[in-house]
Design a binder for this molecule. Structure first.
Ligand SMILES: Cc1cc2nc3c(=O)[nH]c(=O)nc-3n(C[C@H](O)[C@H](O)[C@H](O)COP(=O)(O)OP(=O)(O)OC[C@H]3O[C@@H](n4cnc5c(N)ncnc54)[C@H](O)[C@@H]3O)c2cc1C
Length: 388
């Protein structure tokens, strides 16, 4: 029996496993995939997360591969409405770091391999958890070719642990399978995005174009590329790169360079679990709270769960009598942070909606005020996740 089994080897599950392994906890990760996902997802890593990555021993490696975003600007109708400097952020990392999620995950997996060479079991899909009171059995998803032990009812037990952490992401099934309810926190907006060659026009600045037709966002990436994201009226699943290029040109006047990138569309969902702790089953990351990618905080929020859960879980293992109270504190604090992040993402999305006439002028006034001292300090804190 393991101390802890983490289900899901995404960025949150692996980071948590690193933090637990460093504390001497006997931890294993079970991951459904046999090959890493190369999907374009998170790029922004915020200052509190960099501190967590330093704890996990990977901050230097991440910085070596990434681009540092030190400023962000907001533009509308060809004019700059305001500029934020992340250099005002105190501490060792006064910038937002941009690195594609698959690269960050590769760095984390390599670190976990150093800490626990056989700690990641790939190709294992967990279908159900049975909390037996003193331990949890993990049951495989039904499959035609079973190879492990079979327990009661002929089910295949793929692991047994004192605690199980569910880190199976927003599309994971385990939260529902163990009967933890979740509620929607808004969403529904749709976006189209792709990574283009960077023409260098904006340096390493992040740029938000708040235009009449809706928001366009642009972020630098390593390797001379830039990500462009545009709000769309509907989910444009079959859109081509030319569609996105035309959309950006029409709204902002920026002509993007030719690229062989394939655009991806996504629709925003925000959800929050009713609890992140149920007996010996704990939730982290997107399995607990799905937050809009607009504002770029979902993965970061999950990492902040991990840094809160690692000491709580270590304490619960060492002092079983205090486990309930310790884990209840984790649940309370992290769901509060998720609610704040969801509200903030909701505000970001509302600001980016199409606007004309009076509404457009009002929005531009709000943006100017927020991007000018003293309020820009607050905005910078919000964007760099200082209160999450
Ligand atoms: C377009 C887009 C842009 C984004 N941009 C940002 C950003 O800039 N900044 C940011 O912070 N966040 C961003 N996000 C959100 C970020 O991608 C997620 O918050 C993050 O991936 C959550 O990590 P996770 O480890 O919780 O879940 P996931 O990354 O989903 O990982 C879950 C893992 O569990 C595995 N798994 C699932 N079910 C099982 C099972 N039954 N058994 C075993 N394994 C299982 C999966 O294969 C997967 O590897 C973005 C998301 C999208 C879609």
């Amino acid at each position: 029996m393991r101390d802890v089994i983490v289900v899901g080897g995404g960025p949150v599950g692996i980071l948590l496993a690193c933090l637990l392994a460093e504390r001497g906890v006997d931890v294993e990760v079970l991951e459904r995939r046999t090959e890493p996902s190369m999907l374009a997802r998170a790029i922004g890593i915020h200052p509190p997360s960099m501190r967590v990555l330093r704890q996990a021993g990977v901050a230097e490696e991440v910085l070596a591969r990434a681009v540092r975003i030190e400023t962000g600007s907001v533009q509308s109708g060809g004019r700059t409405l305001g500029r934020l400097s992340f250099a005002q952020t105190t501490g060792r990392f006064p910038f937002v770091v941009a690195l594609p999620q698959y690269e960050t995950e590769a760095v984390l997996r390599a670190r976990f391999r150093q800490l626990r060479p056989d700690g990641l079991r790939s190709g294992v899909a967990v279908g159900m958890l049975h909390d037996r009171g003193y331990h949890v059995d993990l049951i495989a998803e039904p499959s035609a070719d079973r190879a492990g032990d079979t327990g009661d009812n002929g089910l295949e037990i793929v692991g047994t642990a004192r605690y199980v952490v569910v880190a199976d992401g927003a599309r994971g099934q385990l939260r529902d399978a163990v009967g933890i309810a979740s509620r929607p926190l808004g969403g529904g907006e749709t976006y189209l995005m792709a990574d283009y060659p960077d023409t260098g026009e904006h340096g390493s600045e992040a740029v938000l174009f708040f235009e009449r037709g809706g928001v366009v966002e642009s972020f630098p990436l390593p390797g001379g590329r830039r990500r462009w994201v545009a709000l769309t009226p509907t989910l444009m699943e079959d859109a081509s790169l030319e569609d996105l290029t035309a959309l950006v040109l029409g709204r902002t006047g920026v002509l993007l360079p030719a690229s062989d990138a394939v655009p991806s569309s996504f629709s925003v969902r925000q959800r929050l679990a009713a609890t992140m702790v149920q007996g010996r089953v704990l939730l982290v990351g997107d399995a607990a709270h799905e937050i809009s990618p607009i504002g770029g905080q979902g993965m970061n929020l999950g990492w902040l769960d991990a840094v809160a859960l690692a000491p709580a879980l270590t304490h619960a293992l060492a002092q079983p009598i205090e486990a309930r109270v310790t884990l209840a504190g984790y649940d309370r604090r992290r769901r509060r942070s998720a609610r704040i992040a969801a509200r903030q993402a909701g505000f970001n999305m509302a600001m980016g909606r199409p606007a004309r006439g009076l509404r457009l002028r009002l929005r531009n006034v709000i943006v100017r005020v927020l991007a000018t001292p003293p309020l820009n300090g607050l905005l910078t804190r919000a964007f760099t996740m200082r209160w999450l």
